[in-house]
Design a protein around this ligand. Structure first.
Ligand SMILES: NC(=O)NC(O)C(=O)O
Length: 296
């Protein structure tokens, strides 16, 4: 039976999904430099690279006889099952989630769509459940989408983990790896992708605490972005927006021990009319935000 937690009524705005904003929760997997093509590209407008890889925040090498750029360690595959109480070994698994678009609730505070002041909000998504995989990262790779497709986007909803007092009854039963030591964390280590550095950040597990609902974050992802939830990161089940289902290839580790693979909390509203609701803007609004960001 999942644990139930009460959430105060709250409206959560969506943020564009970037490496920087998502760093405390995992990684965004995307082409780090879409305007740079491989050296032996037939596209004449591409920057000429010769045999040297371009400067990049993510290590990159030229591969495939000069016809490819290979970015290294675009996300870490974290297996912490060695610390699981059952001792049952894990295996790397790949699954496919075929996700239907979610229904959004109309925003009661928006003006009528027929008036001149048409609303910029598509609707509200009520968060009713969060889950985490304490011993593994989980990577969702959308298939067959384009970054510009107005009919498909998806939401990535994540929450930090609350610290726990020893003996906290609600979380005591949850098997989790030890929380990482925070000393020595800095911006550099947060953005580093080397396994040693990752041990100091979220990839070493987040500890047994419940989700910090006051600090839940909502990101809107495009079809050109995949997302990795770091081990132990509280997140909502996938929320596809738009008109069509989206297929995601999902990679992670698992050992088939129920609460070592997945733990859930149900979110109850504090009052009958209150809800933890993500405010979903219309597609044009998020596109404009992304464009403005690209021009900075
Ligand atoms: N994220 C999501 O949609 N689902 C899961 O994490 C799962 O393992 O079921």
């Amino acid at each position: 039976m999942p644990i139930s937690v009460t959430a105060p009524s709250q409206r959560v705005p969506v943020l564009p999904l970037t490496q920087e904003t998502f760093a405390p929760f995992g990684t965004v997997v995307e082409n780090p430099n879409p305007t740079t093509l491989p050296p032996r590209s037939s596209n004449q407008t591409a920057a000429s690279l010769g045999t040297q890889p371009p400067p990049s925040p993510i290590p990159v090498v030229v591969a495939n006889q000069g016809t490819a750029l290979k970015y290294l360690d675009v996300t870490l595959q974290t297996d912490l099952y060695g610390k699981a109480p059952s001792g049952k070994p894990s295996r790397a698994i790949m699954t496919m989630f075929v996700c239907a678009p979610r229904n959004l609730r109309p925003d009661p505070s928006s003006p009528e769509v027929s008036t001149e002041k048409a609303t910029s909000i598509e609707g509200l998504f009520d968060v009713s459940i969060l889950e985490r995989h304490p011993f593994t990262q989980q990577t969702f790779v959308p298939m067959g989408l384009s970054a510009e497709d107005p009919d498909t986007r998806y939401l990535v909803l994540v929450a930090p983990t609350l610290p726990v007092a020893q003996g906290d009854a609600k979380t005591a039963s949850y098997p989790t790896p030890c929380p990482p030591q925070k000393s020595g964390w800095g911006l550099k280590s947060l953005f580093s992708r080397s396994p040693a550095e990752a041990e100091k950040t979220g990839s070493a597990g987040k500890g047994p605490g419940l989700p910090d609902l006051a600090n839940i974050k909502a990101f809107v992802a495009t079809g050109a972005q995949a997302v990795t939830y770091a081990a132990g990161t509280w997140h909502a089940p996938m929320v596809v927006l738009g008109k069509r289902s989206v297929d995601f290839v999902v990679t992670q580790f698992a050992n088939s021990v129920g609460d070592e693979d997945c733990q859930e909390v149900e979110i109850q509203p504090e009052t009958p009319n209150g809800a933890l609701a993500v405010v979903v803007p219309k597609h044009e609004i998020t596109q404009t935000t992304a464009l403005a960001r690209a021009k900075l």
